[in-house]
Ligand binder design. Structure first.
Ligand code: 5GP
Length: 195
């Protein structure tokens, strides 16, 4: 008998948080040093940004193709965000689980709610928040990627998301990167030790 069999396997980690909260940096740091985690590459209809690559950041597809996949039930969850479609395919999750890894999903609140309502999936839900809306605004401004209109839109969406923190299992407040990374590692470690 192997006592370790009592531990859970195949845990889904779902991370959500407003853009500008530093979610990507925290996540990449942790994924880079944990080979049991595997980033789930989503499908999206949005334009590819400079520096992004097909199959690594996203699978970039046309709206028609997305709709077809949706109709055929190929997504575990999907959402429309800022006018574009995003979804996690069943094929991607099967691939990750087939490799014996834990899927790590970076998705929005709407997608997280769909996973939560799926009785077949056992997932841990994490929310990454900025210390305050004012700080979030400062960070997005400093990043210099938005104009006044898109900045305000992102802030509005962020406010709505922050109102749903209670739906999550864990809250990581990103005041300082090292500490946020340590928090994420601690959560993953504890979840893997659960019986
Ligand atoms: P971005 O366009 O900046 O890469 O992502 C915009 C938002 O879409 C982020 O909040 C990100 O978490 C979310 N997102 C990315 N992939 C998916 C997905 O497959 N499903 C859902 N529901 N949201 C996603």
């Amino acid at each position: 008998m192997n006592v370790k069999e009592y531990r859970r396997e195949g845990i889904f980690f779902v991370i959500t948080g407003p853009s500008g909260a530093g979610k990507t940096t925290i996540m990449e740091t942790v994924l880079g040093s944990d080979n049991r985690l595997s980033y789930s590459v989503s499908h999206t209809t949005r334009e590819k940004r400079k520096g992004e690559s097909e199959g690594e950041d996203y699978h970039f597809i046309e709206v028609d193709e997305f709709k077809k996949m949706k109709q055929e039930g190929e997504f575990v969850e999907w959402a429309e965000i800022y006018g574009d479609y995003y979804g996690t395919s069943k094929a991607e999750i099967d691939r990750i689980e087939g490799n014996g890894r834990d899927p790590f999903l970076d998705i929005d609140v709407q997608g997280a709610a769909q996973i939560r309502n799926n009785p077949e999936v056992k997932a841990v839900f994490l929310f990454v928040a900025p210390p305050s809306i004012e700080e979030l605004r400062r960070r997005i401004e400093n990043r210099g990627t938005e104009n006044e209109e898109t900045l305000n839109k992102r802030i509005r969406v962020a406010r709505k998301e922050l109102n749903r923190i209670r739906e999550f299992d864990y809250l990581i407040v990103n005041e300082e990167l090292d500490s946020a990374v340590a928090d994420l590692r601690a959560i993953i470690r504890a979840e893997r030790l659960k019986v």
